[in-house]
Design a protein around this ligand. Sequence first.
Ligand SMILES: Nc1ncnc2c1ncn2[C@@H]1O[C@H](COP(=O)(O)OP(=O)(O)OP(=O)(O)O)[C@@H](O)[C@H]1O
Ligand SMILES: [Mg+2]
Length: 336
Amino acid sequence: MAYAVEVKNIVKKFPSVTAVDDVSFNVDEGEIFGLLGPNGAGKTTLNRMLTCLIKPTSGQANIRGLDVVKYPVRVRRNIGVVSQAMTSDLDLTAWENLDIYGKYFDIPKTRRHETIKYLLETVGLANRAQELVATYSGGMRRRLEIARGLIHKPYILFLDEPTTGLDPQSRRVIWDLLNKIRKETKLTIFITTHYMDEADFLCDRIAIVDYGKIVVLDSPSNLKRSIGGFDIIEMLLSNYTPEVEASLKAMQFVKNITKKDEYTRVYVTDAAKAMPVIIEDIKKMHGSIDYLAIQKQSLEDVFIHYTGKTIREAEAQKTNFILGAGAPRQFPGGRL
Ligand SMILES: Nc1ncnc2c1ncn2[C@@H]1O[C@H](COP(=O)(O)OP(=O)(O)OP(=O)(O)O)[C@@H](O)[C@H]1O
Ligand SMILES: [Mg+2]
């Protein structure tokens, strides 16, 4: 079976910069795959090549086995696209926005209307369907655009920085929505982001990109493991006997235990998995936990490890004239 996305030595050169520089990777069907990188790393450019908006300078990309340069029409039938800039029409209602797209894909009326109804419900906009998009919040508009990307039931959904500029609550709603859609439809999702927490929460695998190149590619937990750190569970325990300590130490995922002041710090491979087991064990041995905090190894640490800088520093280093969807534009009068 062909990969959902297959990229071989792809390059995109612009006159002043090589935006994507010899990138290769595969995305499995049903996977949520993330490109994580700072401003100007080449995420949108790669995305545009995979969605047939621009042609690679060299190299190849296939979508479900179809070459994006040779078969753009067939590729477009297989993919949904949510671009970095919001592009839903403000002067139309949500329903009308979706209906136009459905017509564009030649979906017959009855099926089109059924799908629109289903999608508006899925993204939580059914009760606002007849209102102009101009009255929507940023998060609602994004959800509408995700619905629009799914109107023709694509196999792969491409999202370019879907939550940039949204408040934390709206971001969370979008994440839950993407997870839900993936579960219900077995959709493959290709997402670009510069948010570590977004990549960590959503993605099965992440490629960290910087200056047009993939620096490292793996699952979030493998990436964290690869830099040799651990999550730390810090606890204040009463009744912390040598038996409790021995029992904790015997657990496979416990890598070390240290004491600082009256606090016990347990180093584990994955705090989310370890915590319930540890709590249960301590209870069983009649210990009690008076305080508990988790220090999680983050992708930020991974990014620093592989690029030598924080993502903020990486962004500051790049001269960023990018407006909207990522292409530099000239202001009237010739000044940038
Ligand atoms: N049409 C274009 N013409 C010339 N240079 C371009 C064009 N599009 C992108 N670039 C340049 O290619 C590089 C990568 O840009 P791209 O938009 O792909 O980055 P990005 O990772 O999506 O960044 P952001 O997080 O800001 O969206 C940048 O240096 C950018 O200025
Ligand atoms: Mg971009």
